[in-house]
Write a protein that binds this ligand. Sequence first.
Ligand SMILES: C[S@@+](CC[C@H](N)C(=O)[O-])C[C@H]1O[C@@H](n2cnc3c(N)ncnc32)[C@H](O)[C@@H]1O
Length: 353
Amino acid sequence: MRLTMLPSTFWMVTNYTCNNRYLYCYASEGFRVFDESQDVMDYTYATEVMQEMKDCNAEHCLLIGGEPTLYHRLFDLIRFGYSIGLKMKLVSNRRRLADRSFVHDLKKAGLVHSSVSIEGATAEKHNEVTNTDSFNESCEGLQNLVREEISCNSILTISLLNIDDIVPLARLVHEFGVSNILYNFSLPSVGKNGIESCYSPDPQQAANLISSAYLQLKKEGITIGLFATLPLCLFDQNVLQQMTEDKVIGRDYHCHVFYGTGAAFEPNGNVLPCTHFVNSPLFNAKGPDSHFSYKGRFAHEWEEGIHKQFIETAWRYPSEHCKTCKLWGKCFGGCPFFWMNYHPDNFITKGVM
Ligand SMILES: C[S@@+](CC[C@H](N)C(=O)[O-])C[C@H]1O[C@@H](n2cnc3c(N)ncnc32)[C@H](O)[C@@H]1O
């Protein structure tokens, strides 16, 4: 039996509306089974979820979308979360944060952190990937967070479209005064028409790209971090050791999905193991009266219900080599979404001994 923990972090999808048009976004209308009437979070339902998660000892509430800064009751939601002791955070494209007074008000409402997505190091690239003319606004938004002294990190989702921007992007945001520079890889997604490749680099290419960027940036005194989506055996082991020492690869390098320490809540009531599971919910938590129907019993459902079965299924070796790998349990052989598009045996050819 696997250990299922309660979420310490949860993502609240406030709305799926977005002011960008990413070419590969798993949350966009082109990918999701789209129902306009269910696209915006009901405020009361959101507060009921937040209270229940707080009662389950969750600490961090991340507002995500779509674009959460477009949510009509954003400030109320942040104030409510703050008032019950949650650490309120945003995952945003920052366009609305170009208005400094908006950022100031977010801080006053109780926002403690914002994760900000930037999809390229130049206006040309960022605008191509987001399908908008938003680079300048986004840069201003990031700088406003720094000016208002709100903790923030940048995220570049590396896809085949922006592989040349990995190093220049780190230099750019470093100049803005951002020290927490994170990278994520575009993952294949289950779209409404089946599996979509999402311009995803293959896992080995991804490991090579980020290793060489890390080594280059280290020479320049810029530290980066990495989301836990790649099998660790794909890295050169000397580089991996350096990355571990430099905390590029964190102490608990694993995705929260495998231990159940994160959950995502959608406006239509669906509960997901992570936001990427847009079309594949675990269960629905909205009752016929539109209220949260798991009040006082979310923990039991999470630990004993379908989520437990999900964890049992998720803990499987993608490759025979993972069985003897000393990093198993820290690494889970890569994000399962990669393996919808690529075969693990073509990449995981050894374990780490
Ligand atoms: C879906 S967006 C929503 C929040 C907000 N609008 C933003 O831009 O950050 C959150 C993050 O997911 C990333 N993302 C979108 N599609 C992805 C995919 N197929 N694989 C991995 N990350 C993806 C985006 O780059 C962004 O950093």
